[in-house]
Write a protein that binds this ligand. Structure first.
Ligand code: HAM
Length: 416
């Protein structure tokens, strides 16, 4: 029996793969404008990294990680997100000492053993950005602005950002106890996993898909300390100056443990239940808690699979070859081979099928290829040292040109 792919894992053919590539290209352009540089982090890390940073009581760590013991007896995990790896690399490479601006982006596949459904995969691609070492609300406003501009550049206009502040450790100390007391009172109504973890992390219940919505109304509200309130107000003022539409959503808590102060998400109802295109926030305490220097930070990650779903109806970039070379027989095939090389050398994309097949069958492939021109070396052309240039997409006469002139002639034709 043929081997099939695993549930939640998929193959991406064109036009989907082209759409992914165009989103990634747009992201790289925008990152360059904001002074971000690419960081490539490993796919597999010590499991402990994610347990300590993503958080022991998060769904990701509790039930969604692909973790195993490797041949050397180490407990490792396939990355469910990029932030922990970036933070580990920042600490391990002593980036804070280098005096370099720590603005990094990454593009890569992440793995979570969630129940697959529309917009939720077990392997998915994230584009992420992390700005480490800057506590200022200017960094918050810049990173959110960059995200919105990136979505626009990729083709998703009209986004509004959901914004909230989770305060700092100080604001949360008193809040944690008040929330815990309230949750204990509701313990009968809470779902099984929430009941099991409220004592360890009461905040997680607010992000629960089952209990979160009703708790958002009933549970006590966090009140920010003066410094966190000031930071949140300033961030909003700066977003207004940058022309970024946002909506303060006190119910936004995010599903990862490291967040402090500003958190944000971009959602789209067109996605159905898995509606978050992107999420992020500040994590001012994470670098220090992972053994690094005191380095406040902020970042986000964008789900490329979900963004691609939203952009599906937009015209996909046309990656068809410009030229399709057709030739019959050994000698003509050799000329065709040299012609393909010459075309590609001047930047004209060119393809062929199989020079051992009949001209008629090769022409059928040329028609299917989406190429603009067929370049045909038949018996007559071989004798004359020429090539027939046949338009496939637009009306126009077939012409014959000397073989050596084909690349320059085609360049002119493609310009017109
Ligand atoms: P996250 O909210 O877990 O945050 O994921 C970010 C985005 O990844 C989501 O908004 C969604 O678009 C996409 N995503 C997550 N899980 C799946 C899935 N199973 N299938 C398809 N897409 C998915 C983070 O990962 C944080 N590291 C973001 C961050 C960076 N915070 C600070 N810096």
């Amino acid at each position: 029996m043929a081997i099939h792919s695993l549930r939640g894992f998929r193959d991406l053919f064109p036009p989907d793969s082209s759409l992914f590539a165009s989103i990634e290209a747009a992201a790289r352009e925008v990152f360059a404008l904001y002074g971000y540089q690419e960081l490539r982090i490993p796919t597999i890390e010590l499991k402990e990294l994610f347990v300590k940073s993503t958080g022991e009581t998060t769904d990701i760590v509790e039930k969604e990680m692909y973790a195993f013991t490797d041949g050397g007896g180490r407990e490792v995990a396939v990355r469910p997100e990029g932030t922990p790896g970036v933070v580990r690399a920042y600490i391990e490479q002593n980036i804070s000492q280098s005096g370099r601006n720590a603005k990094f982006y990454y593009i890569g596949n992440m793995f979570r053993a969630e129940r697959p459904q529309a917009g939720r995969f077990r392997e998915f691609t994230q584009i992420g950005a992390e700005h480490i070492g800057n506590a200022s609300p200017f960094a918050d406003a810049e990173t959110i602005t960059m995200l919105v501009r990136l979505l626009e550049r990729a083709g998703l206009g009209g986004c509004s950002v959901d914004l909230n502040s989770l305060g700092c450790g100080e604001c949360r100390k008193t809040y944690r106890q008040a929330l815990l007391d309230a949750l204990r009172g509701y313990s009968e109504r809470l779902c099984e996993p929430c009941r099991g973890r409220i004592e360890r992390n009461p905040l997680r219940a607010l992000d629960c898909k089952i209990d979160g919505p009703w708790l958002a109304e009933k549970a006590p509200k966090l009140s920010l300390c003066p410094a966190c309130a000031e930071h949140f107000t300033r961030t909003q003022e700066l977003l207004k100056i940058s022309g970024i539409p946002y909506n303060v959503n006190p119910g936004l808590v995010r599903g990862l443990d490291y967040y402090t102060r500003t958190v944000f998400e971009v959602r789209s109802s067109a996605l159905g239940s898995q509606d978050a295109v992107c999420g992020g926030g500040r994590y001012d305490d994470l670098v220090k808690s992972m053994g690094g220097p005191a380095a406040p930070a902020i970042g986000w990650a964008l789900g490329v699979d979900r963004l691609a779903m939203l952009l599906k109806d937009k015209p996909a970039p046309d990656n068809s070859p410009k030229a399709f070379v057709v030739a019959a027989g050994k000698e003509a095939g050799e000329k065709a081979c040299a012609l393909l090389t010459a075309l590609r050398a001047v930047g004209i994309s060119a393809d062929f099928s199989n020079f051992d097949l009949s001209l008629r069958s090769q022409m059928r492939s040329a028609d299917k290829s989406g190429a603009s021109y067929a370049l045909i070396i038949g018996e007559d052309e071989l004798k004359a040292g020429s090539c027939a240039v046949k338009p496939l997409k637009n009306a126009g006469e077939q012409t014959t040109v000397p073989l050596a002139d084909v690349p320059s002639t085609l360049k002119q034709l493609l310009k017109g």
